[in-house]
Design a protein around this ligand. Structure first.
Ligand code: NAP
Length: 349
């Protein structure tokens, strides 16, 4: 579908990767926002063909079971919006079929995020960028999304020169099997299974009772690809190629919701009070910040929520105009499925 073609009021939606962690959340979010779909198709690999998924309904689609179909290049005939979360190689393999079918692909993988003809969109930050798509819109990396939602209202107070971020990323960020591995390994560990007999598939090391500073593949400069993604994607979404970003990405034994410790350096002075006021009134952000009362965002209490939660706001005195804070978001909702469905809502509106 070209950007000039009008999106129907009641689009046909395909969920590609419907049996996965993000795919399951797509189905929930479509229901939660009552997306005005006329049809929802569940697609996955041949392994899942025929499997039935519960769907609570949305738009003109009644609640009931969706039968999973094997995804092939024929699957997109009649589809208007294809929500993709089946991994980068599948997105690359299906791009042509989706676009030729006249659909718009909203892709959760890293396949096209940095392509110059593909907008990388977070609706709270750069909704205007959906206008220049040519059939594919990319959903940013989950860690990037929750960071830029918080950075944008601050950037509006004063240009941000530099961001230093350390992430605390949940196991489910690596997919449904990775979350199962955290449960199983924790049980094995507590049962006294020797280290060399633990089941380790999803991560480089044991994730139970551990932290792993290694997400995605190594890059030549000693960083990881997850860290690189946070650097280049933030510049693209914020539209500021000179914004300096340094990221350290760490996998932690949390089931769901990423946390991020963020330090920003502004061009001009911004007080903590100004930052708090800007964040409090920003769309998609919820400030949860009362250290005296032990109130701050935590992954353990925020799974299933939609906002980007910000707390521990304080001045960073190590630089002239510095601010430090902590944020938490459910990376399967705002970091993936919800953000993509919000992009679809922009297309329909
Ligand atoms: P997942 O739980 O492992 O699910 C993968 C999905 O892709 C399953 O539905 C699987 O179907 C399907 N699939 C795999 N190979 C396929 C093929 N050849 N043809 C058709 N379908 C195929 O993974 P996930 O966590 O949902 O992640 C999916 C994508 O979203 C990845 O690109 C990931 O980087 C991105 N993402 C994930 C998160 C997160 O927090 N998990 C956040 C942001 C972005 P079967 O069940 O049939 O195998």
């Amino acid at each position: 579908m070209t950007k000039d073609k009008k999106m129907p009021e009641n689009p046909v939606v395909a969920v590609a990767g419907a049996t996965g962690a993000v795919g399951a959340e797509f189905l929930k979010v479509l229901h939660d926002v009552n997306f005005p779909a006329s049809e929802v198709r569940a697609l996955a690999s041949a392994r899942s063909a025929g499997k039935e998924l519960e769907f609570e309904g949305c738009g003109n689609v009644s609640a009931g079971k969706l039968v999973v179909q094997e995804m092939t290049s024929e699957s997109f005939k009649g589809v208007d919006i294809a929500l993709f979360s089946a991994g980068a190689s599948v997105s690359k393999a299906m791009r042509e079929a989706v676009v030729n079918a006249g659909a718009i692909m909203i892709d959760n993988s890293s396949a096209f995020r940095m392509d110059p003809d593909v907008p990388l969109v977070v609706p709270e930050v750069n909704p205007q960028d959906i206008q220049w798509h040519s059939g594919v819109i990319a959903n940013p990396n989950c860690s990037t999304i929750q960071m830029v939602v918080a950075l944008k209202p601050l950037y509006n107070l004063s240009r941000i020169k530099r961001v230093v971020v350390s992430t605390y990323q949940a196991a489910s960020g690596a997919g449904a099997p990775a979350m199962a591995e955290l449960y199983d390994q924790t049980r094995e560990f507590l049962d006294g299974t020797p280290e060399d007999e633990l089941t380790i598939n999803a991560f480089q090391h044991r994730i139970a009772f551990n932290c792993i500073p290694h997400i995605d593949v190594p890059m030549e400069d000693g960083s990881t690809k997850e860290e690189w993604k946070m650097v280049v994607e933030t510049k693209k979404i914020m539209g500021d190629a000179d914004l300096a970003v340094c990221a350290t990405c760490v996998r932690v034994p949390v089931l769901r919701c990423h946390g991020e410790a963020i330090n920003v350096e502004f061009e001009d002075d911004v007080t903590v009070e100004q930052a708090r006021a800007a964040l409090s009134s920003a769309h998609g952000v919820q400030v949860m910040d009362n250290l005296e009362n032990c109130e701050y965002p935590m992954p353990g209490i925020l799974a299933g929520t939609d906002g980007v939660f910000v707390g521990r706001l304080r001045r960073d005195n190590s630089v002239e105009h510095g601010l430090a804070f902590w944020n938490v978001a459910d990376q399967i909702r705002k970091g993936a499925a919800l953000n993509a469905v919000q992009i679809a809502q922009l297309l329909v509106s």
